[in-house]
Design a protein around this ligand. Structure first.
Ligand code: NAD
Length: 374
C-alpha cells in the first residue's frame, strides 16, 4: 500500500504523522511511504532520515496520490484526496461532524482516531490517549512557567517556600498525566472526577481526591466515559469545587464528555476570588472550556489570573508526540493489512469502529447522531 505523509494543514501544528523509525517498520512490511518534503522538520526529522528508512520524498500534490493519507489533524482540501482512497487522523468527527459529511460527499473513506473503541486490544492504536498524555504533561509545564511560584517546597537561607498547590479537574488520561507531572515537580496536588474509579487512580499518584462533591458515576455505565451532568448536579459540582479552585496556585482543566460541550466547572466569580498570579490551563478549550472565561486558542489575564485556552498543547512537545502518534498510525495500518495489501473493508472491530465515512456516505452511528443534533 502507498501511504502519504503530508505537511500538516494547520499553521500551529508541529507534529507529523510518521517518524523515520516507523517508516522503516512499515517499509519492511512492504508498504511504500511518500513524505511531503519538510513534513517532519518541526518534529525533529529531516527528509533524508525518511529516505534512509525507505521512503520517497514528494511535493504537496504527490503526497495525496496514495491509498492512505495519514495526517495528525484534518488534511488540506478534500478534493486532493484520491478516490477511492482513505484518510486516517484526528478528524474531530463528533464535535464538528459537518466536515465528515463533506468528506463522505467527496468520496473519501475517513478513519478517525477519536472513534477507536476504548478496548484493551485497541490501546496500540489509541492516538487520543497518546496525545492526551502529551497534553497533560505540557499543560503542567505551561502552568509552571506562567505562574509566579516554585512548585517544590524549598528551604533556603532566605526562608522556607511552601510548595505550589495544583488542582486537576478531570482524571482521565490527560488529567492523570498532569497529576503525575505536577507531583514530579514537587507540587501538592489534588484531583477531581465524576467517575468512581478515578479516586483510586488519583490517590495512587500521590494526590488527594476531592470527595463528596457529587454522587460518583459508575465507571462501567457509559463504556468508561463520564455522562453529562444535569443542571442540578452541575451546580453542586461548581459550588463544591469553588473553594478548592480559589485555594489553588494552578488549575489544570481536562474534564470532557465525548461529543458534548465541555462541562462548566469554574464560574467567573470563582476566578475573581483566586489570587493574582494563579493560572488556569484549560485543555477543554476547543469544546467550550471547563472555565467560563476560557477563550479557545487564547491566553487572557482576568484580575491577575492567567487563563490559557491553548488548543495545541500536544503539538508543543512535537518530537515525542509524533513518535507516539506514528506508532498508533503503524498499528492501525497493520490492522488494515489483508493478504499483503490494504483493505479498508477488512472485517475488524477496531477498523469498523473507527470508520466515519465509506462509499460516499457517513457510516458511523455516533457521527450520524452528532449530525442530527447539529
Ligand atoms: P475524556 O477526555 O473523555 O474526559 C476526561 C475526564 O473528564 C474523564 O475522566 C471524565 O470522567 C471527566 N469528566 C467528565 N465530566 C466531568 C465533570 N463534570 N467533572 C469532572 N470530571 C469530569 O476521558 P479520557 O481521558 O479519554 O478517558 C475516558 C475513560 O476511558 C477513562 O475511564 C479511561 O481510563 C478510559 N480509557 C480506556 C482506555 C482503554 O481501555 N483502551 C484507553 C484510554 C482511556
Amino acid at each position: 500500500m502507498r501511504i502519504g505523509v503530508p505537511r500538516e494543514a494547520a499553521d500551529d501544528e508541529r507534529r507529523v504523522s510518521m517518524t523515520p523509525d516507523v517508516t522503516g517498520r512499515l517499509a519492511a512490511r512492504g508498504h511504500q511511504i511518500v513524505v511531503e518534503s519538510g513534513a517532519g522538520l518541526q518534529a525533529g526529522h529531516r527528509d533524508h532520515e525518511y529516505v534512509d528508512r525507505g521512503a520517497g520524498i514528494t511535493d504537496a500534490g504527490g503526497v495525496y496520490e496514495v491509498d492512505l493519507v495519514a495526517t495528525v489533524g484534518r488534511p488540506g482540501p478534500l478534493e486532493r484526496l484520491a478516490v477511492p482512497g482513505a484518510v486516517l487522523g484526528l478528524l474531530r468527527p463528533l464535535d464538528d461532524p459537518a466536515w465528515v459529511a463533506s468528506a463522505a460527499a467527496a468520496g473519501a473513506t475517513a478513519f478517525a482516531f477519536e472513534l477507536v473503541p476504548r478496548t484493551t486490544r485497541a490501546q496500540v492504536v489509541d492516538a487520543l490517549s497518546s496525545q492526551a498524555t502529551v497534553a497533560g504533561y505540557q499543560a503542567v509545564l505551561e502552568a509552571a512557567v506562567t505562574g509566579d511560584r516554585f512548585y517544590p517546597m524549598l528551604t533556603t537561607a532566605a526562608g522556607t517556600l511552601r510548595p505550589a498547590k495544583v488542582l486537576v479537574l478531570g482524571a482521565g488520561v490527560a488529567g492523570l498525566m498532569a497529576i503525575a507531572t505536577a507531583r514530579r515537580l514537587g507540587a501538592v496536588v489534588s484531583g477531581f472526577d465524576v467517575r468512581s474509579a478515578a479516586a483510586e487512580q488519583v490517590k495512587s499518584l500521590g494526590a488527594s481526591f476531592i470527595e463528596a462533591v457529587e454522587q460518583p458515576q459508575d465507571d462501567a455505565a457509559a463504556g468508561g466515559y463520564a455522562r453529562q451532568l444535569d443542571e442540578d448536579q452541575q451546580r453542586r459540582v461548581i459550588e463544591g469545587l469553588a473553594g478548592h479552585v480559589v485555594d489553588a496556585d494552578a488549575v489544570i482543566c481536562t474534564a470532557a464528555v465525548p461529543g458534548r460541550p465541555a462541562p462548566r466547572l469554574i464560574e467567573e466569580a470563582t476566578v475573581e476570588a483566586m489570587r493574582p498570579g494563579a493560572v488556569i490551563v484549560d485543555l477543554a478549550a476547543s469544546t467550550g472550556g471547563n472555565c467560563a472565561l476560557t477563550r479557545p486558542g487564547e491566553t487572557i489575564v482576568h484580575g491577575g489570573v492567567t487563563i490559557m485556552g491553548a488548543t495545541d498543547l500536544a503539538s508543543r512537545t512535537p518530537g515525542h508526540a509524533s513518535q507516539m502518534y506514528a506508532r498508533n498510525v503503524a498499528a492501525f495500518v497493520e490492522l488494515l493489512e489483508s493478504d499483503g495489501s490494504i483493505d479498508v473493508e477488512v472485517d475488524d472491530d477496531i477498523v469498523r469502529g473507527s470508520c466515519a465515512t465509506h462509499g460516499g456516505v457517513v457510516v458511523h452511528p455516533a457521527v450520524l447522531a452528532a449530525l442530527e443534533v447539529n
